[in-house]
Design a protein around this ligand. Structure first.
Ligand code: NAD
Ligand code: G6P
Ligand code: MN
Length: 447
């Protein structure tokens, strides 16, 4: 890749049947000038699901640039041979298992969420072997390939990578900061998030911005926080109709409460699940959770539109759109391929970057990205409130990976009991026992 010339890059999308695949394809196709591609492959272990998207993806690619080879496969050897990047977004157990992750804790009055609380821990135990399996295929068939992994729960998956595949070329990422930075730019009156410079520290779905500067280096964080204390991350006059759905509107509003706990920093909105679990549960419908919304919304829309494209034989007039999510992935791949030294938030081993925090924790911090990978920036010391919250959470995540490695019921029970979202070890045990039954065939047998 050192001499990457035009059309030299080959990518495989692992989890080809994901609802996010079409928007990633569109983003790749919109950026061929900076990330030229010779081949795009889709790989999934569910050929039927992937096939429903693949016919439309083939048309999208042919209509945009017929010189790009397209392959959709369930064969890891075909998928991972001769690739420079793997964009990984698998969901082990798919959306019906997400539904159980959310609904089981809610039965006991506990946060039911994809990546936070017991549901996130359950998903972690399912996700680890799937991600590791894909890393191993990559290393076997394309040892120089980079995996840009955003399969959730990213924090637990990243800890598993640190421990189980420490030398692999895997970079764990999350799009939440991109979404937050878009809001910051809007609030502060800038066209693009890229006009601003950020400092941030934390864990995945668990962090704080400590600086937001304009291109002249002026600090805008106080102005941002002043806004957040009044409106959260919404704009004055905005309503639910301005958001994709009410969950994201509620989340943007809730920032108002989160930031009041420390108005010297702008928080990641995922902290709502840890700091206000009672409010989150009160606003959840235990019969109809986010997984139901996604299955009835994004999944139907994306698969429906792909079926329409396949039937029509053309993508002309398609309602499929590029996602912000995908922009970040192209930026990262471009930084690695062409040594751009872009500054990006990645989930990496702390290793001293946060001076007063566990060096072996996987933290989300700004890094400079180039041809040889990433170089984390030094953060310095963090305050007691954030350090305390983060340490509890990082131990929860580590206990899940212990449970995976040791097949340990006790470690998983400790993880659930330690989670800030769970009020008592009694409740943790009830939820865990029900999750064990639900995850049969996905989790290692715990004893
Ligand atoms: P989805 O269920 O629609 O798609 C996931 C696909 O992965 C499915 O087609 C499934 O068959 C496939 N898969 C499962 N196990 C696999 C394996 N071992 N090998 C290959 N393929 C496998 O899910 P979705 O809602 O589109 O989300 C996909 C993933 O992306 C999830 O993990 C989600 O949490 C994650 N995501 C992460 C971020 C982030 O910021 N980190 C943002 C958006 C989505
Ligand atoms: C954000 C997070 C992801 C998460 C997604 C859930 O993008 O960064 O990690 O998977 O939200 O969105 P959904 O629409 O599936 O609930
Ligand atoms: Mn995320």
């Amino acid at each position: 890749m050192e001499n990457a010339g035009k059309n030299s890059i080959s990518v495989v999308i692992a989890g080809g049947g994901s609802t996010y695949t079409p928007e990633i394809i569109l983003m790749l196709l919109a950026n061929l000038d900076r990330l030229p591609l010779r081949c795009i492959k889709l790989y999934d272990n569910d050929g039927e699901r992937q096939g429903k998207l693949a016919s439309a993806v083939k048309i999208l690619i042919e209509e945009r640039d017929p010189s790009i080879e397209f392959v959709a496969t369930t064969d890891p050897k075909i998928a991972y041979t001769d690739v420079d990047f793997c964009l990984a977004h698998i969901r082990v157990g798919q959306l019906p298992m997400r539904e159980l992750d959310e609904k089981i804790p809610l039965k006991y009055g506990v946060v039911g969420q994809e990546t936070c609380g017991p549901g996130g821990l359950a998903y972690g135990l399912r996700s680890i072997p799937g991600v590791i399996e894909n890393i191993d295929y990559m290393e076997k068939y394309s040892p120089n390939c980079w995996m840009l992994n955003y399969s959730n729960p990213a924090a637990i998956v990243a800890e598993a990578c640190r421990r189980l595949r420490p030398h692999s070329r895997v970079i764990n990422i999350c799009d939440m900061p991109i979404g937050l930075e878009d809001s910051f730019a809007r609030i502060l009156g800038f066209k693009s998030r890229k006009q601003l410079d950020y400092r941030y520290f934390g864990l995945n779905h668990f962090g704080w911005y400590t600086s937001v500067k304009d291109p002249d280096g002026n600090e805008l964080l106080p102005k941002l926080v002043e806004h957040e204390l009044k409106y959260g991350n919404t704009m004055p006059g905005e309503s639910m109709d301005d958001y994709t759905d009410h969950t994201w509107y509620d989340t943007a509003l809730k920032v108002k409460d989160i930031v009041s706990l420390d108005p010297s920093m702008a928080p990641n909105s995922y902290l709502q699940y840890y700091l206000f679990p009672d409010d989150m549960v009160a606003h959840s419908d235990p019969q109809y959770t986010r997984a139901n919304m996604v299955m009835d919304g994004r999944e139907k829309r994306v698969f429906g539109e792909c079926a329409r494209i396949a039937e029509a034989g053309t993508a002309e007039g398609t309602s499929l759109r590029i996602g912000i999510h995908a922009e970040f992935i192209v930026d990262l791949a471009t930084a690695l391929a062409f040594n751009t030294h872009e500054r990006m938030l990645l989930i990496v081993p702390n290793n001293g970057a946060i001076e007063n925090f566990d060096p072996k924790a996987m933290v989300e911090i700004p890094c400079i990205v180039g041809k040889d990978g990433y170089e984390p920036l030094s953060i310095g010391t963090i305050p007691t409130f954030q350090k305390g919250l983060m340490y509890e959470q990082v131990c929860v995540e580590k206990l899940v990976v212990d449970a995976y490695e040791q097949h340990s019921y006790l470690k998983m029970l400790q993880a659930m009991s330690l989670s800030k979202t769970v009020p008592s070890a009694n409740v943790a045990k009830k939820i865990l026992d029900e999750l064990i039954v639900a995850n049969e065939g996905y989790w290692p047998e715990l004893h």
